[in-house]
Design a binder for this molecule. Structure first.
Ligand code: NAD
Ligand code: MG
Length: 363
């Protein structure tokens, strides 16, 4: 019998996170165990690539008299759209789902955010369960942020709506392409930098390549990385304070992604570049040195390129940073590390950022 590996327990919500190999065969049982009130019906909202790989096995875990409805969405960021959102609401209505229905989000962060937002708004909110299928989704499936993109920007429309459970079948990661591993793994390293440097050491010792990760190591990797995120969102669900630390490396990363055009670099590849920049900026601001050389070398061996892409323009990167959600009154705020594992959100002088961009990025 599987028991939860972690529990998110915040002021307003409590939900289990199950992490193990082959949990998909127990989907129905695990969901029912997690719900305080029975579901009237289920609908699985799935990324179509992931559905092709795992949907049958998941549906088989449901009894004949209680099979879920299924709606798939095209794989990729473009599905976090008003169009798909409306289509999914229509599917729910056409199937007659009521307020006791439960949505199951099967896929990566795109599906989780989209299906989560459908759940947040359908009939003013129904329950949903996250079944993450990417490494990056260890980050997106926990914490209750849901939403879609607006043509004017990413993640601008959404709601806080925590899931009733997260069922993380690490066996589904076997089919994940290398570049998606790299994207999600940057957030793992981030969790180490902001809260648990010993975790980075453990990762460096135990993982030499994405393809050769042992099952137990992967489950432990997910558990420790999610634990960092869960402990932060438990204390600050709505991002009034310390949840901002999760944006370590993201100020520059978001600017690079926007500057290059979304999709050129994966989110995590850009976060890796942003983290190195934030580490160097921390050294400049606090006037001390931090030990991260070995981690950079390690990340290089995993295929990360940590330099700022040469086609980025310094002034445009700065302008974009001023538009960052963490900026206030055009003052750029950065998550910096006083020491490894000790983040602070600080306003940083534009000139300091500009100088470092020039020095590090040759921009
Ligand atoms: P994604 O959902 O697009 O998945 C990446 C790719 O991997 C897709 O092509 C998908 O089809 C494929 N895929 C997924 N699982 C697979 C599997 N098991 N085997 C083979 N292929 C598989 O992207 P993502 O990187 O998981 O998530 C990115 C999204 O997450 C972004 O939209 C971002 O805004 C969001 N996000 C949300 C939060 C949050 O707190 N809500 C946090 C971080 C990121
Ligand atoms: Mg991120």
């Amino acid at each position: 019998m599987t028991s939860p590996r972690l529990l998110v327990n915040s002021e307003t919500t409590k939900y289990p996170i199950y992490i193990d190999t082959d949990l998909r065969y127990q989907t129905y049982e695990l969901i029912n165990k997690s719900l305080d009130k029975k579901a009237s019906a289920f609908i699985i909202i799935a990324d179509d690539t992931v559905a092709g790989l795992y949907l049958d096995e998941i549906v088989q875990s449901f009894p004949a008299e209680n099979k879920p409805y299924v709606a798939t969405v095209p794989s990729g960021e473009a599905s976090k759209s008003f169009e798909q959102y409306e289509r999914l609401l229509t599917e729910c209505l056409k199937n007659g789902l009521d307020r006791q229905a439960v949505i199951i989000a099967l896929g990566g962060g795109v599906t989780g955010d989209l299906a989560g937002f459908v759940a947040a708004s359908y009939m003013r909110g129904v329950r949903y369960v996250q079944m993450p299928s990417t490494l990056l989704a260890h980050d997106s499936s926990v914490g209750g942020k849901t939403g879609i993109n607006h043509p004017l920007g990413k993640n601008l429309i959404g709601a806080f709506h925590p899931p009733s459970a997260v069922i993380y079948d690490s066996g589904m990661l076997n089919t994940l392409p290398e570049k998606e591993w790299r994207s999600g793994f940057a957030e793992v390293i981030k969790h180490g930098f902001i809260a648990d440097p010993s975790f980075i050491k453990w990762v460096e010792e135990n993982i030499q390549s994405f393809k050769s990760i042992k099952t137990d190591v992967l489950n432990e990797l997910l558990r420790r990385s999610i634990k960092v995120k869960a402990e932060i969102v438990e204390k600050d669900e709505k991002e009034q304070g310390i949840r901002a630390f999760l944006n370590f490396g993201h100020t520059l990363a978001h600017s690079i992604e926007a500057e290059l055009g979304y999709g050129r670099m994966t989110h995590g590849e850009a976060v890796a570049v942003g983290m190195l920049f934030a580490l160097k900026l921390s050294e400049k601001v606090y006037k001390h040195s931090l030990e991260y050389e070995s981690t950079c070398k390690y990340m290089n061996t995993l295929g990360y390129r940590l330099e700022i892409p040469a086609e980025c323009n310094r002034d445009r990167l700065l302008e974009r940073m001023k538009l960052d959600k963490k900026a206030s009154y055009k003052q750029i705020n950065f998550v910096l590390l006083k020491e490894l594992g000790h983040p602070e959100l600080l306003p940083v002088k534009e000139n300091d950022i500009s100088e470092l961009l020039k020095k590090e990025g040759n921009l």
